[in-house]
Design a protein around this ligand. Structure first.
Ligand SMILES: C[S@@+](CC[C@H](N)C(=O)[O-])C[C@H]1O[C@@H](n2cnc3c(N)ncnc32)[C@H](O)[C@@H]1O
Length: 531
């Protein structure tokens, strides 16, 4: 009996065998995400890792497919057990600085790299070739040697596609909606049921994730089976009102998208599984940093509207292109690349790494999880043409409908909370009056909800910055050879202990810089540092 199994591809006897003979847990690695999903009933899906493909899949009617899925499944229910693993920084070929911007937090990072996330772009998966880089990483991550073993079940030769498209016959007759955009205040199911079949061009849903978020008017922590039952109901309505050949896109965490997939494949056709790498700070041992955008079409998809860049507005063009992933986004470096005519952009693929979640208060309305406009601009530009109808049943403070208006699309936005609906209406009015609804707003002028049930603290003005205090603790740690206790810091620190007590949430935060080495952005410095 082995401890760990890496299975490549899936969907037949070997899957069952791997599951029976592997003691602790096993992993599957597959080429096409959809081949795997119906097999997941007997184990716990702990993590969905997106790995870059060595040879992206080209399709003349669609964007490039750039990732495979590595699913981490366990036979135990509690949290995933693994080692702390770092991957080295990547460096911009023009300025030789790290491609990630760590802002004022460089002192909290490590010279040997960043904590591994659940999007692996530094190694590539070659479906036809050697997988030793992946097995090696799994060995590092799960601490295999010398205590454990890993067995590779290589099934690539035996298995072709296992899912047959579950195409359902639709009434193909399209219905035209009145030529008018709408913001509706109400329950999405009630409102969706009033909309005729085959009448919208793009449906987008960013539902509550049922992760106990602090919404104004919604219990975000219901029984998970009830949650999925409810999701199936609005997914059905969204599919019903979609015109044939068009797309619905559902944003959720990967684990929930697996369940949405299982339902949607019974009524629509699978189109894509887009990976959105949206966070920039490591928060846990493996940083869960991505969301899935599950795309399904009604019958055969039409050629993707966003593919032909020639007939696009400048906002659409901007939304549909991205920096190649090697290049950094420092303004000085971009300017330098422009002057040297370096080709640093490309058309987007199905891995999005250039759009960050809205973290800065100044551009946020009062909603805990609104989306960045660049995200919605990209989706709308990819899946629709001008004047087409988009619908968002969870419109929040109106990111989707505002972007639709800016991109000359018609829209229907539904929102349950009167408060969020009113904010969205006000922002649309601003847009109609030529005011940018996504402009920076003075952060003290209004309350801004944070993406967490914990209330946001009022911005503090400190005598000494938190960074200086964390570096002071690091200095003491170097001096005494271990991380200081509060008592030791009281005696040894040049700053009063009250600063540490009042500015930080925990002693762990105080000692964060002492537990790592700090990093430097510059590659040459880094090498010198190592010597
Ligand atoms: C994740 S947020 C969407 C945020 C939105 N994308 C934005 O950028 O503002 C989900 C929204 O769904 C709303 N909601 C929850 N249940 C709903 C329902 N049954 N019908 C309509 N809206 C609902 C919540 O009030 C919340 O604003």
């Amino acid at each position: 009996m082995c401890h760990l199994g890496l299975m490549i591809s899936c969907g037949c006897q070997m899957y069952r065998m791997a599951s029976r003979t592997t003691k602790k847990f096993y992993l599957l690695c597959i080429h096409k995400t959809r081949d795997l999903l119906p097999q997941l009933d007997t184990v716990h899906l702990k993590l969905w890792i997106a790995i870059s493909l060595n040879k992206p899949i080209e399709n003349e009617n669609y964007i490039q497919q750039e990732h495979a899925a590595l699913l981490v499944l366990t036979k135990y229910k509690d949290g995933l057990r693994h080692t702390k693993t770092r991957i080295g920084y990547s460096y911009c070929p023009t300025c030789d600085k790290t491609t990630k911007d760590y802002g004022g937090k460089k002192h909290l990072y490590h010279q040997f790299g960043t904590i591994i996330s659940d999007v692996w772009r530094d190694i590539k998966f070659d479906y036809d070739g050697d997988v030793s880089t992946i097995t090696q990483r799994l060995k590092d991550l799960f601490g295999v040697e010398p205590y454990n073993s890993i067995t590779v079940y290589d099934e690539r030769i035996n298995v072709a596609n296992t899912i047959k498209s579950n195409f359902k016959k639709y009434n193909k007759k399209e219905n035209e909606l009145p030529d008018k955009s709408l913001l509706l205040h109400g329950d999405c199911l009630t409102e969706l049921r009033k909309i005729p079949d085959n009448s919208i061009d793009f449906g987008f849903a960013d539902p509550p994730y049922n992760l106990n978020k602090n919404y104004e008017n919604w219990n975000d922590g219901i029984d998970i089976l009830k949650y999925f039952e409810w999701c199936d109901s609005w997914l059905y309505e969204l599919s019903r009102i979609l015109k044939p050949g068009r797309t619905i896109a559902i944003l959720n965490i990967p684990q929930w998208c697996v369940r949405h997939f299982k339902y949607l494949i019974t009524i629509l056709d699978y189109q894509d599984w887009i990976v959105w790498e949206g966070l920039s700070m490591p928060v846990r041992m493996i940083m869960p940093s991505h969301y899935s955008i599950l795309c399904f079409t009604k019958g055969k998809p039409r050629k993707l509207p966003g593919l032909n860049l020639n007939d696009k507005s400048s906002l659409e063009m901007k939304s549909l292109t991205t920096f190649k992933e090697d290049f950094c986004s420092r303004p000085a470096c971009i300017k330098n690349r422009r002057s040297q005519n370096i080709k640093d952009t490309q058309v987007v693929s199905n891995v999005w790494y250039d759009i960050h979640r809205l973290k800065h208060n100044s551009r946020r309305a009062d909603h805990p999880c609104q989306l960045p406009p660049s995200f919605m601009n990209r989706l709308i530009s990819l899946f629709t043409y001008e004047n087409e109808f988009i619908l968002d049943p969870f419109n929040g403070v109106g990111t989707s409908t505002l972007c639709a208006q800016q991109l000359n699309r018609k829209f229907i936005g539904i929102e349950l909370s009167e408060y969020y609906h009113d904010i969205a209406s006000k922002r649309h009015l601003e847009l109609s009056n030529g005011i940018d609804p996504f402009r920076k707003i003075d952060s003290n002028s209004s309350e801004k909800a944070k993406n967490s049930p914990v209330n946001r603290l009022i911005k503090q003005k400190y005598e000494v910055s938190k960074k200086v205090l964390q570096l002071e603790i690091k200095r003491i740690a170097n001096e005494i050879g271990h991380i200081p206790t509060k008592k030791e810091a009281t005696i040894l620190s040049a700053y009063p202990i009250e600063y540490f007590e009042n500015y930080f949430i925990s002693w762990g935060e105080v000692t964060a810089a002492a537990r790592t080495t700090g990093m430097t952005e510059n590659k040459i410095n880094y090498l010198q540092h190592k010597l």
